[in-house]
Design a binder for this molecule. Structure first.
Ligand code: AMP
Length: 449
């Protein structure tokens, strides 16, 4: 990143001093327009779809006790061992910036007797923090949206979440996503599998990368999704969890696949999929896109975490959820918000501006929720040429234009800047609401035609 250096004068000593412009912290970025428009669309779509499936918004603090993640995500994971932002607060307590959203949601659920009395379906959205090496699609502060269903072991909920997310991504216009699924067993069938896996990996340890050599002891399942070339031949012949599943895990997995088949959701079974965090059991899944490629091909991932509640000090509560990366999802959304249309206001003189301001305010009020955005109107009077060139630069679809001629004849012009056509709308004297209704109605008709 280029550092901008300015020079100033320290008047007390009359010496020249260097003033360095402050940049955002490494791996953390501002979200500015027009990109922020895509963020809004993603949040709107998430809120609309998730709530229609019965998932209610749940907001947890950005800071949590460090122990929450040590006990849930697991000390052996990269997230906890290398990537957490940990601080000691003024009271001497170890706290951290949350690296993920599932453990906090579970904590909130366990802390609330009201939520605990039933199956809770929740969704969240917010910043997460991991001290990773920043690169495209990977930041130190990034955003995740997530859904969690806590309190049910029904395979229909696993399938519902996958179905809902498939619909969510398609609704955002991302047609190229595919869901990959696996079952990683439970506390009954995974330990015997792990013994076999570790034996096999130990016999091949000289052929593994340095990270995976360590993983044999700390987190052997993670060797399966190692992307390094060195490990690929060992991984090809590794024993698979699928051959060790107990009857409960097997029938749960079959039930999930059957519902997805019946609903027409396209998926592929990936026996190598294990997910990075410790707390998963049974169903695990990722939404991936080939366009991303390499290690960063996942838009998000999730699965069942039936024993997470026990790890943070409660009874066993079967649960399932998903977390998707916002920045990763944005890479696939196109720039223009096809449904929304931007409207530029062009007032040509002060008298007209005075007469039209109430109509403009009313029109903004009326267009709430209608995918009409009034953009960058600074209420400056300019000549028509300057206004239109500004509207063009901003990429506006329509301009609302008025000058002394329109004021005298009681009209407003709506110009379609894309089709280069314009029409007049009646300006009702002393009835801003009626005029604004006519303007918004016409904008909607034109936008949808
Ligand atoms: P995880 O919580 O590790 O399962 O990650 C879920 C999703 O969050 C990933 O598939 C990514 O889309 C996103 N994600 C995770 N870490 C980062 C990061 N450092 N920067 C941006 N997105 C991330």
């Amino acid at each position: 990143m280029t550092e901008i250096i300015l020079f100033g004068i320290d008047f007390s000593t009359s010496s020249v001093i260097k003033i360095t412009m402050i940049q955002s912290p490494r791996g953390m970025k501002d979200v500015l327009p027009p990109e922020s428009g895509k963020w809004e669309r993603l949040e709107r779509t998430a809120s609309g779809i998730f709530s229609s499936f019965g998932y209610k918004l749940l907001v947890t603090p950005v800071v949590e006790k460090t122990e929450l993640f040590v006990r849930s995500v697991g000390e052996a994971t990269d997230v906890v061992s290398k990537e957490m932002y940990v601080f000691t607060d003024r009271g001497g307590e170890s706290i951290c910036l949350r690296p993920e959203g599932t453990a906090p949601v579970m904590r909130a659920y366990l802390n609330s007797p009201e939520l605990k009395s039933r199956t809770m379906k929740a969704w969240y959205w917010g910043p997460m923090f991991r001290y990773e090496r920043p690169q495209k699609g990977r930041y130190r502060q990034f955003y995740q949206f997530g859904v969690e269903a806590i309190g049910s072991n029904s395979p229909y909920i696993d399938a519902e979440i996958i179905y809902m997310l498939d619909h969510f991504y398609k609704n955002l216009g991302i047609l190229d996503v595919r869901v990959e699924l696996n079952s990683i067993g439970c506390e009954l069938c995974r330990p015997p599998y792990k013994v076999q896996l570790v034996d096999y990996l130990k016999s091949k340890s000289s052929e593994l990368c340095e990270d995976c050599k360590k993983r044999i002891e700390t987190n052997p399942l993670r060797v399966l999704d190692c992307k390094s070339e060195t490990c690929s031949s060992v991984i090809k012949n590794v024993p698979l969890m699928g051959d060790f599943l107990c009857s409960d895990c097997k029938s749960h997995n079959n039930a999930v696949l059957k519902v997805l088949d019946d609903c027409g959701v396209k998926y592929s079974e990936n026996p190598m999929l294990v997910r990075g965090l410790d707390y998963y059991s049974k169903t695990v899944f990722e939404f991936v896109s080939e366009q991303l490629g390499g290690r960063q091909n996942a838009l998000g991932g999730g699965g069942r975490y039936d024993s997470l509640s026990e790890q943070i000090g409660a009874e066993k509560i079967p649960s399932v959820g998903y977390a998707g990366g916002v920045e990763r999802t944005l890479l696939f959304m196109n720039d223009e918000d096809k449904k929304a249309c931007d409207v530029y206001i062009a007032m040509l003189d002060d008298d007209t501006l005075r007469a039209c301001a109430p109509i403009v305010f009313e029109a903004k009020k009326l267009s709430l929720g209608e995918d009409i955005n009034f953009i960058d109107d600074d209420f400056k009077v300019r000549d028509i040429k300057k206004h239109l060139s500004k509207a063009d630069k901003l990429g506006a679809r329509f301009a609302i234009i008025a000058g002394s001629q329109e004021l005298d004849s009681g009209s407003l012009i709506i110009k379609d800047l894309m089709l280069k056509k314009e029409e007049k709308i009646t300006m009702h004297k002393n009835d801003a609401k009626r005029s604004a209704e006519a303007v918004v109605r016409r904008l909607l008709e034109k936008k949808n035609s």
